[in-house]
Write a protein that binds this ligand. Sequence first.
Ligand SMILES: [Zn+2]
Length: 201
Amino acid sequence: MAETLPRTIQRLIKVLSKLPGVGNRTAMRYALHLVRAGGETLLEVASAVTDVAQSVRLCDRCFALTENPGACDICADPRRADGRICIVEGFGDVIALESAGLFNGRYFVLHKLLSPLKGIGPEELHIDRLMARVKAEQIVEVVLATPSTTDGETTATYLSRILAKAGARVTRLASGVPVGGSIEYLDHMTLTRAFQDRKDF
Ligand SMILES: [Zn+2]
């Protein structure tokens, strides 16, 4: 059905359909909406996307998203508690924990989880950078907040082993995170309980 559309709109549909939860039909609806909205809206979307592509990078220390040249706002904030690192899968998890106000330390964003099935090994997770921080920042606690999926548990087990060797206390979010659940989508109460009841791992 999309073949009758101009080629440029077909391309837009293809790009939009890569977004999570957006299939071909929804992508077409969005694309046609944008086209109907007209030139100014289209250019505004384009310029917002270009701005992000040009300005957003990963923090040198925690790999969170930032527009700063070196460390992100959280890493650079002297009011954050030294000595505590919370390891999360993605930036959405940082946002969830920050908006719940549960953690005053700093983060480490993996962006990927260990997965023998997908062929993702430790070398893809910047583990060397994490271990350098554990040594340099006199870490008293590392909170493992990876999701309770198979890959999330594999990653937590692997990290706990090497962190324990480095002498760091390792804790894991309490049960309450539903099996298969990512912390990004937990409701406030469940996340608070899981975080506050974290246990040595
Ligand atoms: Zn940072």
